[in-house]
Write a protein that binds this ligand. Structure first.
Ligand code: F6R
Length: 240
């Protein structure tokens, strides 16, 4: 794992954006795996700036996202679809037909199968952006005795509901389930870019950089299996 410790969130965001921009410049048809949440927000803002300054072009880029809450429709400002539109897709020249997030929840089994089919068609990504939950979750693969390889419906853990309540009016409003790529799906990329910022992530980052065990109760430990993984964190996440 290539660890990069930045002074602060802004530096982390810029370094992350540089890595994404480099991949798009090398391959204008880059296939990106994207994440939502506070960790990559600044990186998306930097990429929008780069686009506005004519440094990168998203015309032929395609993307697929890690996850989406169950029971929240795409127009809802709390949905991950809305997040992606707001932070990136509506502000750059990406073709929205080439962007993918889980949707259609009338039948959850069907939605899961469809997402796995979509992932298979999409193929290995050039880069996958990931955040880490304070409990070490990757995408929404929560600590468990066994981790899913492929997309599934996940019951969010009490810690995740609590952590994500900062985006909602109250903890009761946080959805209880999400549709999430499995671990094998999340890692099916040539490069992984993992971001973490702030003291709330210190425990997870400390555990990640010091553990020598693969532990399904700490899903982030499996990042060690990927041979091209960048962990870009700020000082607060690294030092506490
Ligand atoms: C988001 C996702 C989650 C987040 C994680 C950290 O698409 O899959 O795993 O990356 O919960 O969230 P933030 O960045 O908000 O701390």
């Amino acid at each position: 794992m290539k660890l990069i410790v930045c002074e602060n969130y802004d530096e982390m965001s810029r370094k992350a954006a540089d890595l994404v921009a480099e991949i798009i410049k090398e391959n204008p048809k880059a296939k990106l795996g994207l994440a939502t949440g506070s960790s990559p927000e600044g990186m998306y803002a930097e990429l929008v700036n780069d686009y506005q300054e004519g440094k990168i072009d998203f015309a032929e880029v395609s993307s697929i996202n890690l996850d989406e809450y169950v029971g929240i429709d795409p127009e809802n400002p709390q949905s991950y679809q809305y997040f992606m539109n707001y932070h990136l897709f509506d502000k750059v020249n990406i073709d929205k037909n080439n962007t993918n997030l889980p949707k259609e929840y009338e039948n959850l089994n069907e939605a899961t199968e469809k997402y796995n089919d979509l992932l298979d068609k999409f193929g290995t990504r050039d880069l996958q952006v990931l955040g880490i939950g304070p409990n070490g979750h990757i995408a929404f693969n929560e600590p468990a005795d066994k981790l899913n390889m492929r997309t599934s419906i996940i019951d969010l853990s009490p810690e995740t509901i609590k952590a994500n309540s900062r985006f909602f009016d109250s903890e009761e409003d946080v959805p209880k389930q999400a549709l999430s790529m499995g671990m094998a799906d999340a890692f099916d990329a040539k490069t992984l870019l993992v971001l973490a910022s702030g003291k709330a992530k210190h425990e997870a980052i400390n555990k990640l950089v010091s553990t020598d065990k693969l532990d399904p109760q700490f899903p982030a430990s499996f990042l060690a299996l990927h041979n091209n993984c960048y962990l870009i964190v700020d000082k607060e996440a690294y030092e506490g």
